[in-house]
Design a protein around this ligand. Structure first.
Ligand code: NAD
Length: 270
């Protein structure tokens, strides 16, 4: 019997087949999870490109529903949780895999970030988790779980990650506060998975992404980059009952890159 047999959940953040949320979804589906999904609303209802892209994927794993959700609009978030209640009654997990910063602010330097860009990046990348947690808690079964995606740039300075680093710092801190509150109030766990670089649409907005991939091959203990499937499996673990004693945690899935305090000695030359 799969780990998610009889479990139901909501997934926010699939844009296409490169999305980390899709890699996680595939693992959850293999283990029997039933899921509802959201997509970024389409500007032109005659040409629903976003909806179609996501539908093509989630139909293959028997999605229970797919609804639009612009995460800056409260009524749209409410509608997703109402839909989940109608379809499922109670749920067991929520996956938050959403981030955005305006390209002109993301490319840095951080001191040149605009006020509007900072607010929007924090709203979409951080407040969205808080907004979801507040709504999810009435639907989540005891033992339920919320998971978000982070990156090492929230803990340390990673050149090129810039404004998104500030967002991930706030996101990981939110995970701690939410874990404290939801653990006490409703026995729900909240964790973050800090992934190494994976080629996706969001990643392409981060300057020097190719160089980041090379750095992981050179400096990480495993001397390679991670795959989206490896993120999927670890995320599935954190969302599952196997992780029932884990909350407020940030788990790194990054070939061990985060433990290094310096480059390998060979990098210093003779
Ligand atoms: N790709 C990486 O290297 C990497 C590494 C560590 C962490 N992450 C994190 O993983 C998460 C998923 O990113 P990804 O790499 O899969 O890229 P992605 O572009 O596939 O996913 C980002 C998602 O955010 C959604 N989104 C953006 N703005 C939104 C809004 N206003 N309303 C609703 N949805 C919105 C997009 O539609 C998309 O589905 C992000 O939090 C990202 O920071 C990515």
């Amino acid at each position: 019997m799969g780990l998610f047999e009889g479990k139901k959940g909501l997934v926010f953040g699939i844009a296409n087949d490169f999305s980390i949320a899709w890699a996680i979804t595939q693992e959850l589906a293999k283990d029997g999870a039933e899921m509802g999904f959201t997509h970024l609303p389409d500007k032109d209802p005659e040409r629903p490109k976003n909806a179609n892209k996501v539908r093509k994927l989630v139909d293959t794993i028997g999605a229970k529903f797919l609804v639009p959700c612009e995460i800056t609009i409260d009524e749209q978030i409410d509608a997703v949780f109402d839909k989940a209640e109608q379809e499922f009654g109670k749920i067991d997990f929520v996956l938050h895999s959403i981030a955005f910063a305006p390209p002109e602010d993301l490319t840095g330097p951080v001191y040149a970030s605009s006020r509007g860009g900072f607010k929007l990046a924090m709203e979409i990348s951080v407040y969205s988790l808080i907004a979801m947690a507040g709504r999810a808690k009435r639907l989540l079964n005891p033992g339920g779980s919320i998971l978000t995606l982070s990156y090492l740039g929230g803990e340390r300075v990673i050149p090129g990650y810039n404004l998104m680093g500030l967002c991930k710092a706030a996101l990981e801190n939110s995970v701690g506060y939410l874990a404290h509150e939801l653990g006490r109030e409703c026995d729900v766990r909240v964790n973050a998975l800090s992934a190494g670089p994976v080629k996706t649409i969001s990643a392409s907005g981060v300057g020097d992404f190719k160089k980041m991939l090379q750095l992981y091959e050179t400096f990480s203990p495993l001397k390679r980059n991670i795959s989206a499937a490896e993120v999927g499996k670890a995320a599935m673990f954190l969302l599952s009952d196997l992780a029932s004693g884990i909350t407020g945690e940030t788990l790194h899935v990054d070939s061990g890159y985060h433990i290094m305090g310096g480059p390998p000695l060979e990098a210093a030359g003779e």
